[in-house]
Design a protein around this ligand. Structure first.
Ligand code: AHM
Ligand code: MG
Length: 347
């Protein structure tokens, strides 16, 4: 008889990896899992919006329809508020951090940064979207949590994960001791361990980036793309190009099969498009934990100084040898883009 392990069972089992754990992080992860099931239910009905009512109108029950990204944001915020373990939520949907009233959650120690529905332009066409989350421990020890608690570098993450709402729905997360994946079994409404101890191939044969922006790419990325497209039997080139336009789905595929995902800087967007705190850092943590590599083309993503909640970063992540290769091209063809090291005399 095959034994199914649910996300809840797995989280409790893993708590013993942290000798002083009091169950708070476990409860926080459970709360995120519950909210993602609710979001999953709505994402799965997205095509019915024409029958039930357009966004911005009222449905047959007289309730107004919400855009799914707004809905997802509200679900996660309310799950984290009610759960009692989170003191600040940073969300792509909110310019300002959301401080959870310390009277509601007097013992809350965790900060959650979240992109509630990433790739949301894909919803209308029934293509995979996702949720990305990142968890930090608060630094301040008394009084209400402060902005500085949310401005921590990626190396300080205690956990990170994503949910991909795809042909099946999966939740993948790490607490810094490997990466595990759970598939939602809709018949029992539970995430079940389906991908234990995920590890990423060191070499891959898939590259994922928005090639339509080619003309705007840095020279190093242009040269690397040409390298991917050249014929060379010994390195299995040319590689395949795959780009869904939902970072979660593109990375999930590359994590399983091997590959590289790139969202570089361009002349008009020198820091790229993707957000450091709730897109790049959690994905970098997961990819590193799975044995991959994540940089901004020159330097480890997780070491980037976090200065503001919505700052952007170029990102190159995936199979280690592919990322190392593109870094060679970046160093050779556009060294001027390397982030400037701060001189010790400036500190
Ligand atoms: P979003 O958070 O507004 O959905 O934007 C993030 C998404 C990523 O999922 C995806 O990798 C990227 O934007 C696609 O951007 P582009 O359309 O420029 O290729
Ligand atoms: Mg996003």
């Amino acid at each position: 008889m095959s034994v199914v392990k649910t996300l809840g069972q797995f989280i409790i089992e893993k708590q013993k990896d942290f000798p002083y754990a009091k169950g708070e992080l476990s409860r926080l992860l459970r709360d995120i899992g519950i909210a993602s099931k609710i979001v999953n239910r709505e994402v799965n009905k997205a095509g019915l919006v024409d029958i039930l009512g357009e966004v911005g109108t009222q449905n047959s029950h007289g309730e107004s329809q919400k855009k799914l990204d707004v809905f997802a944001n509200e679900q996660f915020i309310s799950a984290l508020t009610v759960g009692g373990e989170c003191c600040i939520v940073v969300s792509e949907e909110n310019d300002e951090p959301i401080y959870i009233n310390s009277e509601i959650s007097p013992n809350a120690k965790y900060i959650v940064a979240i992109d509630p529905l990433d790739g949301s332009s894909n919803i209308d066409v029934n293509v995979s979207v996702g949720t990305i989350f990142s968890i930090y421990r608060r630094l301040s020890t008394d009084g209400p949590a402060q902005l500085k608690d949310a401005l921590q570098n990626g190396t300080e993450q205690v956990a990170a994960g994503y949910v991909v709402y795809g042909s099946s729905t999966m939740l993948v997360y790490t607490t810094g001791k490997g990466v595990n994946g759970f598939t939602l079994d809709p018949s029992i409404g539970e995430f079940c361990l389906s991908h234990p101890d995920m590890s990423m191939p060191k070499d891959g044969y898939i590259y994922s980036l928005n090639e339509g922006n080619y003309v705007h790419f840095p020279q190093g990325v242009k040269k690397y793309l040409k390298y991917c497209q050249e014929e060379d039997a010994s390195t299995n080139r040319p590689y395949s190009s795959r780009y869904i336009g939902s970072m979660v789905a593109d990375l999930h595929r590359n994590l399983l099969k091997g590959g590289i995902f790139i969202y570089p800087s361009t002349a008009s967007a020198p820091n790229g498009k993707l957000r450091l705190v709730y897109e790049c850092n959690p994905m970098a943590f997961i990819i590193e934990q799975a044995g991959g590599r994540a940089t901004n083309g020159f330097k480890r993503i997780l070491d980037t100084e976090v200065e503001s909640l919505h700052q952007r970063s170029p990102i190159f992540l995936g199979s280690e040898n592919m990322v190392l290769k593109v870094e060679e091209f970046m160093r050779e063809h556009c060294p001027e883009l390397a982030p400037r090291e701060v001189e010790s005399s400036e500190l």
